[in-house]
Write a protein that binds this ligand. Structure first.
Ligand SMILES: CC(C)(COP(=O)(O)OP(=O)(O)OC[C@H]1O[C@@H](n2cnc3c(N)ncnc32)[C@H](O)[C@@H]1OP(=O)(O)O)[C@@H](O)C(=O)NCCC(=O)NCCS
Length: 196
């Protein structure tokens, strides 16, 4: 670790972690065998496994899990509680009942390209590429590659639209342009008051 990084005394950072400069690591973070680039911020209760790589100037929000085989490029936003997956068919044991070892399962790698954003609670299935500047909606289940600058959302995630480079969602949409939940129709709502 370098002198310019701020690592909480309550974080667990293994000796083999390669931290860049000015990295901020919050309490109860668990990092081992991974790489974290300059100026990246890591929120509380995040775990990053061996072999995972996180670029520079990223923000990794609390409660996120980043597993082996995941590469996150520079300036990526990862929301709260985002989960990456690297084993499509996980098993605790082999058919003979013995606990599985590293050689008993197949790792599938995932890459998140620069300036992409992953909404809170998203689950990223293994073997996908999330394109540069793409936006993954909160709670999405990403099962396919996401094109650059695409917005995807839902379970499974579907393409909503493609934005342009430099797109920012900082400007909230006016309330009247958003849908509102409709109250269930009750008999009293019927124009003639009739029961149906
Ligand atoms: C998906 C997202 C990027 C907005 O995309 P958008 O295309 O601009 O969506 P809109 O706000 O125009 O909504 C369009 C429709 O998608 C729905 N929608 C919005 N977000 C959704 C989501 N995450 N999952 C499923 N549907 C979503 C809306 O309800 C709306 O449906 P309706 O037309 O039936 O009312 C945004 O809602 C989102 O999830 N952002 C991530 C926020 C986040 O996790 N931040 C983390 C830090 S706090």
């Amino acid at each position: 670790m370098n002198d310019l990084s701020q690592v909480s005394p309550h974080a667990c950072v293994a000796q083999d972690v390669r931290l860049g400069t000015c990295v901020r690591v919050s309490a109860f973070v668990n990092l081992y065998g991974c790489e974290v680039g300059d100026d990246t911020r890591i929120g509380a209760f995040v775990e990053v496994q061996s072999g995972a790589r996180i670029g520079s100037r990223c923000k990794i929000s609390s409660h996120t899990f980043i597993c082996q085989g995941v590469t996150i490029e520079d300036e990526v936003f990862v929301g709260h509680g985002v989960v990456f997956i690297n084993d499509r068919t996980p098993h605790a044991t082999n058919p003979d009942g013995q606990p599985q070892s590293e050689s008993d399962w197949q790792l599938e790698e995932t890459v998140v390209r620069r300036r992409a954003s992953l909404g809170s609670g998203a689950i990223i299935m293994c073997g996908v590429e999330i394109g540069e500047g793409a936006m993954v909606g909160a709670g999405a289940l990403v099962t396919h590659d996401v094109p650059p600058y695409a917005i995807v959302a839902g379970v499974p995630a579907r393409l909503r639209r493609i934005t342009t480079p430099g797109f920012t969602s900082a400007e909230p949409k006016p309330l009247e342009s958003r849908g509102a939940f409709k109250k269930d129709a009750s008999p009293a709502d019927e124009p003639d008051g009739s029961q149906r």
